[in-house]
Ligand binder design. Structure first.
Ligand code: HXC
Ligand code: NAP
Length: 297
């Protein structure tokens, strides 16, 4: 009889499929690298020899990122940066170059998100998420590419996405639309910048719970009591699994992969039921009452 065993657990953090020193002498710039998955990705590059630059807004997040990379023993520079602001991004790249050198790898990990029924979403809520997630990702990619085109050097960009880029994301209309743009951007930029030696890929995490999740996202997750049994893998992702995928994509072993978006989610995004469950509106899932046009959230 076939038992439900799920997908096997991964090796522990610190293990790697790539050779030690794969990123020796390289600089990796990670937006939002002081928390959650960005910190996990930065840590895997650091373990493989990279110097790390972490760029984000909150000084506490930056310090947490610095501590994580210090503990691994890799060189690290943290820079205050709001990726909505192209001047702030340029200044962060200047600081990265002064500290180390022009980053070889850009991980566009920073994003914004909170669950809200579309009919309740204010124009500014929509703009804020699109501005950080879509515009910010493009502005960082543009800054990185312009510097490499000027220098005549190759580089690698990884845009962190989300699977509702393909499926839509009830409760996340802003983020899903922005991530669809991010995925589409990967395909355009890979073609435009391939001739200049710049590889551009997407990397999509499935469900990777972590201690830094914002209260809004955490609250959303708590609507499902046990995360593991609702995944086809019968488990959620572990941070190092995303970091391993990122380091492979940006390594010399992944050089011919470009314009691709790799989904690391144990097939959750493909999930369909044989028989459809009853429809539950986003309002009901969020425990909200009937729509009121003049209600404040
Ligand atoms: C409705 C909300 C809201 C909420 C904010 N807004 N939170 N609307 N429900 N829960 C509205 C505000 O009222 C305001 O609109 C507008 O959004 C901007 O809010 P600010 O607080 O002024 O913006 P700002 O200080 O720039 O902060 C941005 C932020 C914040 C997105 C609101 O949460 C943030 O900094 N997030 C960064 C980290 C993050 O989001 N991580 C999640 C990544 S996880 P009004 O109209 O009032 O002015 C992910 C995938 C997860 O992406 C998938 C899980 C399954
Ligand atoms: P997180 O811990 O909330 O990280 C988001 C990061 O983005 C924070 O470090 C934040 O740093 C930074 N950031 C937000 N706005 C910024 C801005 N304007 N300028 C610069 N930095 C900004 O979330 P996470 O779960 O690790 O998510 C990381 C990536 O994975 C995101 O792209 C997310 O969409 C994606 N993702 C996550 C999951 C999951 O299960 N966790 C699932 C699907 C996709 P500051 O606050 O310091 O600015």
């Amino acid at each position: 009889m076939a038992e439900k065993i799920g997908l096997p657990a991964p090796p522990q953090p610190g293990d790697t499929a790539l050779k030690p020193g794969t990123f020796d002498g390289q600089v990796v710039f990670v937006t939002g690298g002081g928390t959650g998955l960005g910190k996990g990705i930065a840590s895997e590059f650091a373990r493989l020899g990279a110097s790390i630059v972490i760029a984000s807004r909150n000084p506490e997040h930056l310090e947490a990122g610095r501590k994580a990379i210090d503990e691994i023993g890799a060189p690290v520079k943290v820079v205050g940066c709001d990726i909505r602001d192209p001047d702030s991004i340029a200044a962060a790249f200047d600081e990265a170059e002064q500290a180390f050198a022009l980053p070889n790898v850009l991980v566009n990990n920073a994003a914004a998100n909170f669950p809200v029924p579309a009919e309740d979403m204010s124009p500014n809520a929509w703009r804020t998420v699109v501005d950080i997630t879509l515009n910010g990702t493009f502005f960082c990619a543009r800054e990185f590419a312009r510097r490499h085109l000027t220098a005549g050097s190759p580089g690698s960009i990884i845009n962190v996405g989300a699977s509702y880029a393909w499926t839509g994301g009830p409760g996340f209309a802003h983020s899903a639309a922005a991530k669809a743009g991010v995925k589409n951007m990967v395909e355009t930029l890979a073609v435009e910048w391939g001739p200049y030696g710049i590889q551009v890929n997407g990397l999509v995490p499935g469900l990777f719970p972590h201690e830094d999740m914002t209260a809004d996202i955490q609250g959303n997750l708590e609507r499902t009591s046990d995360k593991d049994p609702v995944q086809p893998a019968l488990r959620v992702g572990q941070r190092q699994e995303l970091g391993w995928a990122a380091t492979f994509l940006a390594s010399s072993y992944g050089r011919f992969i470009s314009g691709h978006t790799l989904v690391v989610d144990g097939a959750n995004w493909q999930r369909r039921a044989l028989t459809n469950p009853e429809v539950v509106t986003v309002r009901e899932q969020m425990g909200k009452g009937p729509f009121e046009a003049d209600a404040k959230r």
